[in-house]
Design a protein around this ligand. Structure first.
Ligand code: FE
Length: 161
């Protein structure tokens, strides 16, 4: 069954594309509601709202690295908030005029999963506030002693000098 509300780009091929039933099996009910149906988790309920550890936040749907702990700040909204994505191309922004609001939806480009919304009232120099559902993310703690984040364990990075 296709999405009831067709939006521009809905037919765009995703690198990760699975039947709806498969997403439903792989994700928790809450993750499915958020990632695949664009619902919003209740504020202050997500496990990463107050997470201050160093590391990477990956898409809970496909594992793509989306945000770094360096960009995380306490917005007081009850959702994990970031002032920029880890890789700009990893997220896709699109207009969302549902619920009588004009917002900008944030979607994982690789799997099309709904992550949250981005607002222009961020407190840092970027001016952006990525308001992201905690359950759409999977936190990966930085390896102890690892200088650069994002590297895979055991993979030596390129020598730079
Ligand atoms: Fe994804």
């Amino acid at each position: 069954m296709r999405k009831a509300h067709a939006s521009t780009g809905a037919t765009e091929a995703r690198e990760i594309s699975k039947p709806d039933e498969q997403w439903r099996e792989e994700l928790t009910p809450l993750q499915y509601a958020v990632l695949r149906q664009a619902h919003t988790e209740r504020p202050f309920t997500g496990e990463y709202v107050h997470n201050h550890s160093d590391g990477s936040y990956r898409c809970a749907g496909c594992g793509t690295k989306l945000f770094s702990s360096d960009a995380k700040f306490d917005s007081g909204t009850g959702w994990p908030s970031f002032d920029e994505p880890a890789v700009a191309e990893a997220v896709e922004l699109r207009p969302d005029n549902s619920l009588f609001m004009r917002r900008t939806e944030v979607v994982c480009r690789r799997c099309g999963g709904h992550l949250g919304h981005v607002f222009n009232d961020g407190p840092t120099t970027t001016g952006q506030r990525y308001c992201i559902n905690s359950c759409s993310l999977a936190f990966e703690p930085a390896a102890a002693g690892q200088e650069q984040g994002g590297g895979e364990a055991g993979q030596p990075g390129p020598a730079d000098s």
